[in-house]
Design a protein around this ligand. Structure first.
Ligand SMILES: [Zn+2]
Length: 290
């Protein structure tokens, strides 16, 4: 499965290639129009290699003259560029995204390293779609700005706890997010998943009853994801032996490595512990609540 890092790296590689090709095209076109400049640049390269050979062979005598010749050529080049209004860095690769300088990441005002939304929009969308969030395009990350929650203390508290979990400040890696029907818990769950992705973490959202239908390799990959959100969990889900077995394997691996998992349910944790299949109940006992 493709994580945000994979999606970003793919785009960065593409950008690098394009930049390289653009730079090559630019050099070719400038040289075609300015053969004199092309000659100066060829001469600079020649003088530099002559200097290098002298250095290697410890032949110091011609060095001052070569150095002087190079300086003259560089000055001539500079003057030529200026006279013909050619950008001094025409032969260098140009930065495509000035916001992240083609690194794919920016540091935001509170010091967090986040995926650059200026150039990685497609990578972000692709990641959301590939991480179980295809149907939740409208659950946007305006919520990213915590002030969005300013008139809703409870929600802000939950989001802060989720952020602590994602950023490794939570004492418990397994958390249960409770709330009644229409309480916006799926919204929060999606926001959590998207927020983790925007920090460059691998995150995945799925409904609890889908666990049993995961392929073996998918389940193995999810064990190593930074954040997994399991929505619509109810003890009845564990009555299906495939769901129950997949959830047990997943939780066991993730608890052992301390990776963040959020289980979303409308039932309180006590009920989940008392009514879930025995092995799952054992794991849930160690969970915290959001
Ligand atoms: Zn960027």
């Amino acid at each position: 499965m493709k994580t945000i890092t994979d999606a970003i790296n793919e785009r960065l590689a593409r950008t690098r290639n394009l930049k390289q090709m653009d730079a090559e095209d630019m050099i070719e076109s400038v040289y075609r129009k300015h053969p004199k400049l092309s000659k100066i640049d060829a001469d600079i390269i020649e003088v530099r290699s002559a200097r290098m050979i002298c250095s290697i062979e410890h032949d110091n005598e011609p060095l001052p003259a070569l150095k002087k010749r190079e300086e003259d050529l560089r000055k001539e080049r500079e003057e030529y560029l200026e006279k013909h209004h050619i950008r001094p860095d025409f032969d260098r690769e140009q930065v495509v995204c000035t916001k992240c300088e083609d690194t794919g990441f920016v540091t935001n005002s509170d010091g967090r390293r986040m995926v650059c939304t200026a150039c990685m929009k497609d990578a972000i969308k692709e990641t959301y779609d590939n991480s179980g969030m295809k149907d939740f395009g409208t659950y946007t990350l305006k919520s990213f700005d915590l002030n969005y929650f300013k008139d809703n203390g409870e929600r802000k508290k939950k989001f802060t706890a989720i952020r602590d979990l994602i950023e490794g400040r939570s004492a418990k890696p397994l958390m249960v997010l409770n709330g009644g029907v229409q309480s916006g818990k799926t919204y929060l769950a999606i926001v959590a998943c998207k927020y983790a992705a925007l920090q460059g973490q691998s995150s995945y959202y799925l409904k609890a009853d889908r666990l049993g239908s995961l392929k073996r390799d998918e389940l193995d990959e999810l064990k190593g994801y930074d954040l997994i959100v399991i929505d619509d969990y109810a003890p009845e889900v564990t009555q299906d032996k495939y769901n129950s077995s997949a959830l047990h394997t997943l939780l066991e691996a993730r608890l052992a490595s301390g990776r963040a998992t959020i289980i979303v349910s409308s039932a309180p944790l006590e009920v989940l512990v008392s009514d879930s299949e025995e092995r799952i109940a054992g794991k849930l006992k160690s969970a915290g609540t959001l």
